[in-house]
Design a protein around this ligand. Structure first.
Ligand SMILES: C[S@@+](CC[C@H](N)C(=O)[O-])C[C@H]1O[C@@H](n2cnc3c(N)ncnc32)[C@H](O)[C@@H]1O
Length: 245
């Protein structure tokens, strides 16, 4: 295959041992290719995040993109919202990801101001928000902290505000879980990843990405107070929920 500097070849060669996955400079360089070829429906989710947020955003409020990576969701929001006086706050704890995000935002020059914040999302103040996006980020937060984070988000949202929560999911039925894992592997193979790449990446993610079922996500969102929670997107073992305050 032709040399392509931004293509994800990170797990092409055998690694022993396979270290835990980190959002470092290597990942930041190939991230758009990696996520596009690993998450079925990612591009559709990104473009629709902006469309959905635009329906609910209120003038002079903040939109938070928590675990923003290279800012794809922030840019989609900036492209779609028309309400005056809004700001987007894009947060990530990885300096490497945020450095690349800063370059992309600078080159894209969005119409809505995007404030970048290098911080742990568990410690970020959420205030006067009409939309919060957790696009494939909650899965990296240790389970015991998930309720407190969602409660914190709920408290920071204005009435009528929304949370968009996208996650890799698992299934309580073991056979269904195995079926979707197989189908997801088939997706990644069709995207050009080898068996070795798929298996090494799985090992790398095993101790840092903890997926839950749709029922667990919906139950927790209702527990913290969200009044309506709908799955608006699912593709294989990936889904997105729209939750309203
Ligand atoms: C799968 S990526 C998110 C993709 C991104 N939202 C998008 O739509 O392209 C997960 C991101 O969450 C960030 N992250 C993980 N845990 C975090 C935490 N506790 N605080 C802030 N960022 C975190 C990682 O650095 C990484 O950039």
């Amino acid at each position: 295959m032709k040399y392509c500097p931004n293509r994800d070849f990170l797990y092409l060669e055998p690694r022993d041992p396979v270290a835990h996955f980190k959002f470092d400079a290597h990942v930041a360089r190939v991230f758009p290719d990696m996520i596009q070829r690993s998450v079925p429906g990612y591009a559709e989710i990104i473009s629709l995040v902006g469309v959905l947020v635009a329906q609910y955003v209120q003038p002079k409020t903040f939109c938070y993109d928590l675990g923003c990576s290279l800012g794809a969701a922030s840019l989609s929001i900036a492209q779609h919202i028309k309400q005056p006086g809004c700001r987007i706050v894009a947060v990530d704890s990885s300096t490497a990801m945020l450095k690349r995000c800063k370059e992309i935002i600078r080159d894209t020059r969005p119409n809505v101001p995007v404030d970048l914040l290098c911080a742990d999302i568990l410690n970020v103040e959420i205030r006067h928000a009409s939309a919060v996006v957790l696009n494939f980020t909650l899965q990296f937060i240790e389970r015991p902290h998930r309720v407190e984070l969602l409660k914190h988000i709920y408290d920071g949202l204005s009435p009528g505000g929304i949370l968009i929560l996208s996650e890799k999911i698992t299934f309580s039925d073991q056979r269904q879980a195995e079926r979707f894992t197989r189908l997801h592997d088939a997706f990644k193979k069709a995207e050009g990843y080898s068996d070795l790449e798929i298996s090494q990446k799985r090992t790398a993610l095993e101790k840092v990405l903890f997926p839950e079922s749709i029922e667990q996500h919906l139950g927790r969102l209702r527990l913290v107070g969200f009044s309506s929670c709908d799955v608006w997107f699912q593709c294989l073992n990936f889904m997105s929920i729209l939750a309203m305050k």
